[in-house]
Write a protein that binds this ligand. Structure first.
Ligand SMILES: [Mn+2]
Length: 432
């Protein structure tokens, strides 16, 4: 039997180093623990407490101008303790991230934390995987479970879901599997029963979805060990249009590059490939240039293929992405991003412009600031009635409509254009 010797340096913050033998716990190796097991718990409790940590957290929060309520900080401390325990005992962990920049940012912070604790970037017992849906599917869970079963540890395995998972399907999986610990870190709204579920959701807890999942996860990692998480947090804010975003050249490029790599349909970039890329300025810069070139090409083409309706106070640009896609074959940007980039470019030419792009069941809408004086998403939400609309979501200047079927979408777009035209006309009459 292997005896574990834990080499924990507690003189300097939580500089925890785990002995070689704890690093990988293979299934054929039954591990026993001596009294250090008890000590680890008390060390974690001593080190991760509000008094010790508050100064460090305060520094990070002040940099972004964020204030957090005490209860919420307590929830983050509890999550930090849980994750620290799992790491120190070498429990196998699955980190599942939403396949965007926010999801990656959180996972990257966990990776940097593990790298520091295990003193290597080859961490075999932690799996980093993207999740393309807002829900954790049974299929994904079964895959993750088979990974966790490769390892054996005294601590239950852990699954961390970042930037998704506030759904009934996910909660049902968690309730049904008590041999695994779960933690959800999310900022999307939910209306499900979460009794007994370890969930940290800024939207529900403190009504602030500008607190991104990437930020919360990075803060949890930062509570455990002081890490350089500023840029990665900032890129999660930028990509999610959070009000805490501090725009600077490097963070903006990071957000762009990560989002591109996480979303690419033609190349399946691994987590480690993305992590490697963004940790070098050179590779980040060169990929960024490639992406910009690509986006500009697509936007230029899209402007030629779409149609423009000139009204009195505003212009409406419409792009049928089904046709455009089959004609030009491109893999990035996707519908929502493309509509944003299109809108930014069209604003330079028409100032007051409403951009509509649609593909299959989805319609994406962007409203420039001056166009917002004529019509905004709240107006569209109130007035657009069509039996083929399943949902309308978003904020004042950006939104999306989901239709019942691919075939119905064009008709919904027509009603939308009608509604906006009438609104423009009524405002013109009112003004004159
Ligand atoms: Mn997010």
């Amino acid at each position: 039997m292997t005896e574990l010797i834990l080499n924990i340096n507690t003189s300097n913050g939580l500089a925890l180093k785990v002995d070689e033998r704890l690093r990988y716990t293979y299934s054929n190796e039954i591990l026993t623990y001596n009294q250090d097991y008890i000590n680890i718990s008390s060390i974690i409790d001593n080190k991760i407490n509000k008094l010790v940590i508050s100064e460090r957290i305060g520094l990070l929060l002040r940099r972004f101008g964020i204030r957090l309520e005490n209860n919420f900080i307590n929830a983050l401390l509890d999550a930090s303790k849980l994750i620290a325990r799992k790491l120190l005992y070498g429990a196998p962990i699955v980190v599942r991230m939403h396949n965007d920049c926010d999801g990656f940012s959180g996972a990257f912070a966990i990776f940097k934390l593990a790298e520091k604790i295990f003193n290597t970037d080859k961490i075999r017992h932690i799996s980093f995987r993207a999740n393309s849906s807002i829900s954790y599917s049974l299929e994904s869970f079964n895959y993750d479970k088979s990974f966790l079963q490769l390892f054996r540890s005294i601590e239950k395995p852990l699954i961390i879901l970042i930037d998704f998972g506030s759904t009934k399907e996910t909660i049902d999986i968690i309730r049904g599997n008590t041999s695994i610990d779960f933690i959800i870190i999310d900022h999307h709204p939910y209306d499900i029963d979460i009794e007994g579920i370890r969930i940290i959701n800024s939207y529900t807890a403190i009504n602030d979805n500008s607190i991104t999942a990437g930020f919360m996860t990075a803060l949890i990692a930062y509570i455990i060990e002081e890490l350089d998480v500023y840029d990665i947090i900032n890129s999660s804010f930028i990509s999610d249009h959070s009000r805490y975003a501090l725009y600077n050249d490097h963070s903006e490029k990071l957000a762009y590059v990560i989002d591109y790599m996480m979303n690419n349909k033609s190349i399946d970039y691994s987590f480690y490939k993305i992590a490697d890329t963004i940790q070098s300025n050179e590779t980040t810069e060169s990929l960024y240039k490639d992406i910009i070139r690509k986006v500009n090409e697509v936007v230029t083409l899209a402007e030629k293929e779409g149609s423009l309706i000139q009204l009195r106070n505003l212009s409406i640009f419409i792009l049928d992405l089904n046709r455009f896609d089959s004609k030009h074959r491109y893999d990035y940007p996707k519908l929502g991003k493309l509509t944003s980039y299109l809108s930014i470019d069209l604003e330079k030419k028409y100032s007051s412009v409403l951009t509509i792009a649609y593909k299959r069941k989805s319609i994406s809408i962007r409203i420039s600031e001056s166009a917002g004086r004529v019509v905004d998403l709240r107006y569209i939400k109130d007035k657009l009635k069509h039996s083929d609309i399943v949902s309308i979501g978003g904020h004042m200047q950006a939104g999306s409509i989901i239709c019942r079927s691919d075939e119905a979408t064009e008709e919904v777009v027509d009603s939308l254009v009608d509604l906006i035209s009438q609104r423009d006309l009524s405002i013109s009459m009112y003004n004159s």
